[in-house]
Design a protein around this ligand. Structure first.
Ligand code: UDP
Length: 403
């Protein structure tokens, strides 16, 4: 049965599996509710789609609900998201009212009788004010909180202060002005999900054909929502430099998350910028939502780029490392937790286009280096970033808050 911890045994070993069962023992049949704002697109949905069934298979009763919002709501919450990552915002009452009212409406038909509640990211954060608090509430923030916009941070604290625990992805996101326990739990990937599982060669070939991706030259890829923080335009600049020295092709693959209204705008900008390269077939843009395709791209690419300007964690980096593909990425946020420069990947200043291009060229020219970096990458994920570790940390936390 999929999501049976037993299936993970051959990857993580007996000890880890026994630990999962041991740690769930004290919280059997506890009702846990997760709320976020999209079933698909982005790292939160990616993790919940494995973590929630896995938790149910270890003896807990875990629900996952999606906050309903209209496009205006998601425009406002994306602005809050951007502001938490440091962008400017005009924090009007109109925005605040829409934000809170959407949460209030959802609360009317969402009954929470669970033993604990886990709220993901800012969209459903205000829900807490619409319930009589009968159980621990945990706010799981997946965003890079290095330098949040002070107005938004101060406003969101209205809600955050009511929570029992805040989970962040990196200790650097901890805020001394937030007198709530802030616990670091790094995200993780599911090695058995369609996105990360081993693929037979004929499946790989089938997908390359289906999505029109020729393999006559090496491929460089960035897989990310079309989002200013992922800097797809910067990736095109890097590609142009690389292309002066090595003949390659660039793939930019970015699905559209239902809670991210910026996607189409950024996509069109990228399309404009890369127009002639797209016409020549040197740049391929993909917007399909397809886990196997992502898996294929992460396996067939010679280099995976992650040129983010801010990155809460960056599951795309973890996924690529797991496939043994060399990663060249920005030295920021959660990416720093995953890559040791020159050991299991390369890190660069996010604005250093020349530096990025140099590293990509180096990997393209040196197969031995690529293989060495790639195998270290895979090992680092096996040790630190598999979903079994994440599951254990959630079980620990739930046991604590429920005892
Ligand atoms: N993703 C995808 N298709 C795409 C682009 C992204 O399935 O076209 C997935 C990606 O594989 C990863 C998640 O969306 O699992 C993105 O998570 P990450 O932490 O990298 O960034 P976020 O989007 O949450 O900022």
């Amino acid at each position: 049965m999929r999501y049976d911890p037993e299936l993970y045994r051959k990857i993580v070993g007996d000890e880890v599996i026994a630990e999962i069962y041991r740690k769930s023992r004290k919280i059997y049949s506890k009702y846990i509710l997760n709320v976020n704002s999209t079933y698909q697109g982005g790292g939160v949905a990616e993790m919940l789609s494995s973590l929630v069934p896995l938790m149910n298979n270890t003896g807990l009763d875990v629900d996952w609900r999606i906050l309903h919002g209209n496009p205006d709501f998601f425009t406002v919450t994306k602005k809050f998201h951007n502001a938490l990552q440091g962008a400017e915002i005009n924090l009007t009452d109109l925005k605040k009212n829409l934000y809170v009212k959407t949460n209030e409406d959802f609360s009317i038909y969402t009954h929470i009788k669970h033993d604990a509640v886990i709220i993901h990211d800012p969209q459903p954060l205000p829900l807490i004010i619409f319930y009589k608090k009968r159980q621990p509430w945990i706010w799981r923030c997946h965003i890079d909180l290095t330098a949040p916009n002070p107005d938004v941070w101060n406003y969101l604290k209205t809600f955050i202060l009511r929570y029992d625990v805040v989970i962040i992805s990196d200790k650097e996101y901890r805020h001394n002005d937030l007198p709530v326990e802030q616990r670091v739990i790094m995200p993780a990937i599911d090695p058995l999900s369609p996105k990360n599982m081993e693929l037979p060669e004929n499946t790989i070939q089938k997908y390359l054909k289906k999505f029109d991706i020729p393999m006559d030259k090496p491929i460089i890829t960035q897989i990310s929502r079309f989002d200013p923080w992922k800097d797809p335009e910067g990736v095109i600049d890097i590609f142009k430099k690389v292309k002066e020295e090595v003949d390659t092709r660039l793939v930019l693959c970015g699905n559209m998350a239902t809670d991210d209204p910026e996607g189409y705008k950024i996509y069109r900008k990228v399309e404009q910028k890369a127009k002639s390269l797209i016409e020549k077939g040197d740049v391929i843009l993909i917007t399909s939502e397809n886990n196997i395709l992502v898996n294929v791209l992460q396996r067939v690419s010679s280099v995976i780029i992650q040129k983010s300007i801010r990155e809460g964690f960056g599951l795309t980096v973890t996924e690529a490392l797991w496939k043994g593909t060399p990663v060249v990425a920005s030295n920021i946020g959660g990416i720093k937790l995953q890559i040791k420069d020159g050991i299991n990947g390369f890190l660069l200043d996010p604005h250093d286009i020349d530096g990025f291009a140099k590293r990509v060229i180096q990997i393209l020219k040196d197969k031995e280096l690529a293989a060495r970096i790639g195998s270290k990458g895979k090992e680092s994920v096996r040790k630190n970033f598999l979903i079994t570790r994440l599951l254990i940390q959630y079980l620990d936390l739930l046991r604590e808050v429920l005892s």
